[in-house]
Design a protein around this ligand. Structure first.
Ligand SMILES: Nc1ncnc2c1ncn2[C@@H]1O[C@H](COP(=O)(O)OP(=O)(O)OP(=O)(O)O)[C@@H](O)[C@H]1O
Ligand SMILES: [Mg+2]
Length: 237
């Protein structure tokens, strides 16, 4: 077996660099994320957390180095395959990014239509994911009439509607109160248990401490440390 092969990794970064003009957003990042891992990316504002997530789904391109996602080398991907790559991801943002002029139903249905989901199954699928996040009753509401926590649950439903292998969450609880944050964390944990790989960018150390797991700490674009936070349940034993 090639020594660089890691069959257990779904995401691999080799010596990745990304700059914006003179600003080095990421420097020499080498990292494997295992299939079905739940990993946090932390570090201060400007450390490169969002940039790292964007490189995975080709929201941005690397300047140097390589990124592999589920066996696809993103430096070699052809344009036609980019939608297939994006379909591997469900993405949740701090500011929800729902379409405010569309109903909750349409926000999710549009994504399912875009990926070519069987049309006759879309209403069923939308209801099913909204039930999962406890938002079925708000199916005909418009996002601006919902609380932040409710909007994030809809955004979560939209992210998982296409059954992605990998869920990326960029400060998913950054705008939420503790109760809503706990609901979103529970949903992430539930999808992790179902087999998804989860990457959460956050500077909320409390959130990390409660969940436990591997934590990549970035500082000024570099890997400052990779630590393993024992889960509280294990600590109690
Ligand atoms: N499109 C861009 N143009 C110019 N500079 C950028 C761009 N995107 C990011 N940067 C710079 O790259 C660095 C890393 O940004 P990034 O958004 O990845 O940080 P972050 O860790 O996500 O920060 P935060 O916690 O504030 O979200 C910052 O210095 C930022 O100003
Ligand atoms: Mg960010």
């Amino acid at each position: 077996m090639n020594q660089n092969e890691n069959k257990n990794a779904i995401i691999r970064l080799f010596h990745v660099h990304r700059s914006y003009g003179n600003k080095r957003a990421l420097q020499d990042i080498t990292l494997d994320v295992a299939k079905n891992e739940f990993i946090f990316i932390s570090g201060p504002s400007g450390a490169g957390k969002t940039t790292l997530l964007k490189l995975l789904y080709l929201g941005e391109r690397v300047n140097e180095g390589q990124v592999l996602v589920d066996g696809i080398n993103l430096s070699r991907i052809n344009k036609k395959s980019i939608p297939d790559l994006r379909r591997k991801f469900g993405i949740i943002f701090q500011d929800y990014k729902l379409i405010s002029t569309k109903t909750v139903y349409d926000n999710i249905a549009l994504v399912l239509e875009a990926v070519g989901h069987n049309r006759s199954q879309i209403p069923f699928k939308v209801r099913s994911v909204l039930r999962t996040v406890g938002m079925e009753e708000q199916i005909n509401s418009y996002p601006p009439t919902l609380s932040g926590g409710e909007q994030q649950r809809v955004a979560f439903a939209r992210a998982v509607a296409t059954d992605p292998k990998i869920i990326l969450a960029d400060e998913p609880t950054g705008n939420l109160d503790n109760e809503s944050a706990a609901i979103i964390m529970d949903l992430l944990i539930r999808f992790h248990t179902r087999g998804a790989t989860i990457i959460v960018a956050t500077h909320d150390m409390e959130l990390i401490r409660k969940k436990g797991g591997r934590v990549l700490i970035l500082k000024e674009g570099c890997i400052y440390s990779i630590l393993f936070q024992e889960s509280p349940r294990k600590l109690r034993r």
